[in-house]
Design a protein around this ligand. Structure first.
Ligand code: FBP
Length: 305
């Protein structure tokens, strides 16, 4: 099969022209971020984000790079970045609202493990009141030994890899996650000390002799599920994070959209579909159980919230 380059591929698939431009801008910006990760200064930027977490210079840089590339499309109405407290309006007349986490898992930068960036794309002029299921598209970049870009539209999920010519070429067509899982990625195991229900769930996974796959970065952990076609990733609440740690807008909603398009499912610990949760504030957090459908539904039976 001849190599399929991102732009040609999106054109062939009949993806909305404006969406094509936005996705290409994300891909282009991703190359600069990849270069910054490979060659940049890993020192602290000397600033904290609004949650008091240290920002690495790379967080700041990645945020700036994605923001500038999205602004240059002249198609973006508002952006919201995990690194900033408020959404920023570019132009009220423009078509898209785009939320992104420019460098998820930045605490892993010094360990040289894979990290990533996540994007959620809506039409309209605000994030508030929207639901994940209203999304036009979602995508994420993995910065690992290879840089990959996975895109989900209303149609399907596709993965592209950055090749030696500096182009994103199609690597996986029509990604699909099966109902049963062979692996588990249990986030926030600290919660086990306080939560018998989560302890029982993790014990059940161990008793099933599932294989552990957990890196500490949501992007590579969920990418592993999509790449292997099965898996379960969890991040429940506990006293430190009563609503969970991960953000609905920047992390959970886009991954839930991608997972459902691939045949999987994402729910919170009350059993609500993540795609049905309304965005009430930019930095809203949620718990998440995401991956193979049967396993996500089984979690609900264990969890008592
Ligand atoms: P940040 O928003 O601080 O980057 O945290 C996100 C994240 O690193 C996820 O990628 C990961 O799944 C989770 O936090 C792990 O958190 P913890 O190690 O605190 O359980």
């Amino acid at each position: 099969m001849p190599t399929q380059i991102l732009n040609n591929f999106l054109l062939q698939k009949g993806i909305d022209k404006d969406l094509q431009i936005v996705l290409s801008a994300i891909a282009r910006a991703g190359k600069y971020v990849c270069h910054a990760i490979e060659t940049g200064d890993l020192g602290l930027a000397g600033t904290s984000n609004l949650f008091g977490e240290d920002q690495l210079a790379l967080d700041v840089l990645a945020d700036k790079i994605f923001t500038e590339h999205l602004k240059a499309t002249d198609l973006v109405n508002k952006i919201a970045s995990e690194e900033k407290q408020q959404a920023e309006t570019f132009s009220e007349k423009n078509k898209f609202c785009i939320a992104f986490d420019p460098l998820d898992g930045s605490s892993l930068v010094d360990t040289n493990l894979a990290i990533g960036a996540i994007f959620a794309i809506w039409e309209g002029n605000d994030f508030i009141g929207k639901k994940g299921k209203d999304m036009k598209a979602a995508c994420y970049l993995v910065f690992g030994p290879r840089t990959t870009l996975t895109i989900a539209t209303k149609q399907k999920v596709w993965e592209f890899a950055l090749n030696q010519l500096g182009e994103f070429s199609l690597q996986r067509d029509d990604i699909y996650v099966i109902e049963k899982t062979k692996t588990f990625s249990p986030g926030n195991l600290r919660a086990i000390k306080e939560r018998e229900d989560y302890k029982n769930l993790v014990n059940a996974w161990q008793n099933q002799q599932l294989t552990l796959r957990y890196s500490g970065g949501m992007v590579p952990d969920i990418h592993s599920i999509l790449a292997k076609g099965n898996g379960i990733f969890s991040y429940p609440s506990f006293s430190k994070y009563p609503y969970g740690k991960l953000r609905l807008l920047f992390e959970c909603a886009p991954f839930a959209f991608i997972m459902e398009k691939a045949g999987g499912l994402a729910k919170d610990e009350q059993g609500n579909n993540i795609l049905d949760l309304e965005i009430k504030e930019i930095h809203q957090r949620t718990t998440i159980f995401i991956g193979s459908k049967e396993e996500v539904n089984r979690c609900e039976k264990y969890l008592k919230r």
